[in-house]
Design a protein around this ligand. Sequence first.
Ligand SMILES: Nc1nc2c(ncn2[C@@H]2O[C@H](COP(=O)(O)OP(=O)(O)OP(=O)(O)O)[C@@H](O)[C@H]2O)c(=O)[nH]1
Ligand SMILES: [Mg+2]
Length: 226
Amino acid sequence: MTDQTNKTDALIEAGRWLLAQGTAFRLGVVALDALPDADRLEIAFAGRSNVGKSSLINAVTGTKGLARTSNTPGRTQELNFFMLAPQRNDGAAWLVDLPGYGYARESKSKIAAWNILLNDYLRGRPNLRRVFVLVDSRHGLKKNDLAMLDDLDVAAVSYQIVLTKTDKLKKNALQTVLEATQKALEKRPAAHPEIIATSSEKGDGIALIRAAIASLVDLSELGYKA
Ligand SMILES: Nc1nc2c(ncn2[C@@H]2O[C@H](COP(=O)(O)OP(=O)(O)OP(=O)(O)O)[C@@H](O)[C@H]2O)c(=O)[nH]1
Ligand SMILES: [Mg+2]
């Protein structure tokens, strides 16, 4: 077994342990002055409306119905804060479910207000350690995704692309979208090089998201023994 495999296996186990510590909904925020204190690390889930952000949070935390999901785009209308491992050392991290972008059916003024809130949050949050940017594996990166990546690159906020709904895709098609996405990230300074392919429905890639979260958290502070 190579070192790389060892490391990955250890992280996957750490991720499994960490997310098994539970997650609790704490607050929904519609204005920046209502954000919780930036006193612990934060990991946010961003992406186009209906891409599967809330579903992924439910799959990763193993808690159906923790984040509200819907067939109708525009379900999540607030920044929803979930405390990871709330019983451990006052909580390990914030997981943040963000409203989707690119949803056209709301009023213009409402969309503008969401976008301002979202951008101000992403640019100004000092404890935001990583943004998972979710992209529908059937569609790949769209114009408004690229605009989001531009903003994150400029703000130097580290992000990682997560492909969603891979159960709806043939294997060859997944490889094609992975390669195209990889290429699109090459010159982007704040992009994490690894892309994670997921299906919240089938569970594919969920362990890798947990491992990525665990890689950011100080596990020894939480009482984890590898
Ligand atoms: N087949 C399949 N459907 C999925 C998957 N993940 C999410 N969905 C479906 O996609 C729709 C949108 O899911 P949500 O999790 O609510 O999406 P969201 O990104 O939070 O949407 P907004 O909050 O509106 O921005 C729902 O009908 C989900 O059941 C998946 O892995 N596979
Ligand atoms: Mg949602």
